[in-house]
Design a protein around this ligand. Structure first.
Ligand code: NI
Length: 233
């Protein structure tokens, strides 16, 4: 075996050692992920109330529904060691329509936007494969903004003598849990999929020119699905 050939074999062995099939995360790694994030509310609303009493137009009552929305999800994870990381979920603002059910069925009431930044500890299971499953738990803060009554709701409410409605949703603190995995495409690139559940509880309040108030307690409690591409720095 000549020296050149030996050098060649050494180079192959070296590259196998330096680039094993699976790459384990190391302290100080930062993983940036970007993809599609869908918020799917599992909403549970209390009755819609007028000045504290159940709003009843024809003897029944009404609740609120919230539709799904998908946005660009961004997240950043900082790796402490091969098992533990901390992750921040961010996204472009989600936009939902709150509509009525019961007596208000079919009425789109308000368009709302929110940002749900979520900070979580992630636990990566020990694995020697390219598939790295993890579980996470942490805290969410959801900020609601740009809440607007729809023109449909404005005219319906005006018919009840309620004009100039201004709608607001309280911000929410809550727990969040998730399960997900990274799958390594190379030593730097990965694909990721995750599902989170976030406890988002708020109160929706519409204040009118007359001082009358319509309120409803609203648990949005969504499942949040993300599929993304990641890069490890
Ligand atoms: Ni809840």
């Amino acid at each position: 075996m000549n020296a050149l050939k030996l050098l060649g074999i050494n180079a192959v062995i070296f590259s196998l050692l330096a680039h094993p099939l699976a790459y384990s995360y190391e302290s100080g790694d930062i993983i940036i992920r970007a993809g599609a994030t869908q918020v799917t509310p599992q909403e549970d609303s209390g009755p819609v109330k007028l000045n504290g009493s159940t709003l009843s137009l024809g003897g029944g009552d009404s609740e609120l529904n919230v539709d799904d929305n998908t946005q660009l999800g961004l997240n950043l994870a900082y790796v402490f060691n091969k098992n533990w990381a901390i992750e921040l979920l961010a996204a472009t603002p989600f936009e939902h329509t709150a509509s009525g059910s019961g007596e208000l069925a079919g009425l789109d009431i308000a368009d709302i936007k929110h940002l749900p930044p979520t900070l979580m500890a992630l636990y990566y299971f020990d694995t020697t494969s390219k598939l790295k499953p993890y579980l996470g738990a942490g805290v969410n803060y959801t900020i609601f903004f740009d809440e607007d009554l729809t023109s449909e709701a404005n005219s319906t409410l005006a018919g009840l003598g309620l004009t100039g409605g201004d709608v607001e949703l309280d911000d929410s603190w809550g727990l969040s849990v998730q399960a997900g995995f990274d799958y390594e495409l190379s030593d730097r690139w990965l694909v990721n999929a995750s599902v989170r559940w976030i406890d988002i509880d708020t109160e929706a309040e519409i204040t009118f020119d007359s001082g009358d108030k319509i309120t409803a307690d609203l648990e949005i409690d969504p499942f949040v699905y993300t599929v993304s591409i990641g890069y490890r720095l």
